[in-house]
Write a protein that binds this ligand. Structure first.
Ligand code: AMP
Length: 416
């Protein structure tokens, strides 16, 4: 099987790593990729938002499967362009990706499907925003309606700050605050059959103790020893399957990866958000635990044959990933610094490995920082404590100017 992956972050590196280990994959390509992906796949300098260019590359490579990683190409219709070229693609149409691309659309689908979520108002004027804020009271939750790379949400008890964010965004969704721990649950779907993966938890704030600004994600772990038994089955029945059924019923079937961001509140499980693609950094830990070769699973979703697939197999152990970010991330990341210690951080036995996000190689073969989130140091172990220990030992071997990371990823969960 020849596979082309679209994207260039640590999520795509994790996808490429798993695909490169699948004996069914004979050729692996990625566009645009990064310095780490280039070690396991042939990279191509193609604009990931240009559907025609991606479809042309897939045709030229005679790809059997295209896997679209990030949300922006999906919302831009890249999967539609590849599908129109007659090539199987893992990733939803632009119409179905609105589930992530518009928070207002997602709320409408959830209402139609009877999926439990925060009560919300869609607001376009300051007066509407003020009314909605006062209806729910503090803490306030204000979400940019459009795509904002995980940074469009403000949760604050400061009414002025909430109003200012609403004014800056234009159309916003203002909703009730959900208490309780968060869980990310991914499901692979072909538009009918829904196959949940294992739950993970990510860390969205920049600093230890969930302080500092929201980021794309600073680390993740799986499994969640504290999560209630039966959570996956409950979410499959109350959230994932009804949402997939509702989108099919509306004539915009969703195939690809449906990501449910959940809050386990005192009043039950609620959806915080949907995404239309693998989450970053949760993918790094979920794929670290997946034993079933990946390509066949993604191809089955792309070709509508998930119902014929054997049940997925998982490692019993645990996985932890810690993100190394640039100085100034998320507001103003500095780039262009040399990264040291990458080879030293990888364990020979595969229990620790470094996934690249914002990196690039220079002419001398040195690897430089090239983005806000730079690396995702990922480790597996028999339990969370071991995986965590290994991941942080890997982190300690890596250095670049101004590198920052959280020191408390999976700490509480590992302590039990
Ligand atoms: P989102 O982009 O919708 O995932 O929101 C980013 C983060 O904001 C989430 O991971 C939550 O931590 C927080 N958040 C979003 N919606 C709510 C809510 N209704 N109540 C409490 N926290 C929320």
């Amino acid at each position: 099987m020849k596979v082309l992956v679209i994207g260039g972050g640590a999520r795509e590196h994790a996808l490429c790593r798993s695909l490169s280990q699948d004996p069914a994959v004979s050729e692996l390509h990625c566009a645009p990729g990064n310095a780490g992906i280039a070690q396991v796949a042939t990279v191509h300098p193609v604009d990931q938002l240009d559907g025609a260019a991606v479809a042309a590359l897939a045709r030229q490579l005679t790809a059997d499967l295209v896997v679209v990683g990030p949300e922006a190409p999906l919302v831009a219709g890249v999967a539609d362009a590849v599908r129109a070229a007659g090539i199987p693609v893992f990733g939803p149409s632009a119409a179905a990706a609105r589930l992530e691309g518009s928070k207002a659309f997602a709320k409408d689908v959830m209402a139609g499907a009877g999926v439990p979520t925060a009560r919300a108002y869609v607001c376009t004027t300051p007066a509407e925003a003020a009314e909605a804020l006062d209806a729910f009271g503090a803490p306030h939750v204000v979400k940019d309606d459009g795509l904002a790379a995980g940074k469009g949400v403000v949760v604050t008890s400061d009414r002025e700050a909430a109003l200012a964010h609403a004014a800056a965004c234009g159309q916003v969704v203002i909703e009730e605050f959900l208490d309780g721990p968060e869980v990310s649950l991914f499901a692979i779907t072909d538009g009918e059959t829904v196959l949940p993966l294992v739950p993970a938890q990510d860390f969205k704030r920049a600093l230890d103790g969930d302080e500092g600004p929201n980021t794309g994600g600073m680390g993740a772990y799986s499994p969640l020893p504290w999560a209630p038994a039966g959570l996956v089955q409950e979410v499959l029945e109350t959230v994932l399957q009804p949402t997939v059924d509702e989108l099919r019923r509306r004539g915009t079937p969703f195939s690809g990866l449906l990501y449910a961001g959940l809050a386990l509140t005192s009043r039950g499980t609620r959806v915080i958000e949907f995404n239309a693609r693998f989450g970053d950094p949760e993918t790094q830990v979920v794929l670290a635990r997946l034993e079933t070769p990946l390509a066949g699973v993604l191809l089955a979703a792309a070709t509508g044959t998930l119902d014929t697939l054997e049940p997925l197999r998982w490692h019993d152990g645990a996985a932890v990933t810690v993100v190394l970010a640039s100085e100034g991330y998320p507001a103003d990341p500095r780039t262009g610094d040399v990264i040291e210690g990458l080879d030293e951080a990888d364990a020979a036995d595969g229990t620790v490995y470094v996934l690249h996000a914002g990196t690039r190689a220079d002419q001398d073969g040195r690897v430089l920082t090239a983005g806000g989130r730079v690396l995702s140091v990922t480790a597996i172990g028999t339990d969370l404590a071991e995986a965590r220990d290994r991941a942080y030992r890997g982190v300690a071997r890596i250095g670049f100017k101004g590198a920052q990371h959280r020191t408390d990823i999976a700490r509480e969960a590992a302590a039990g």
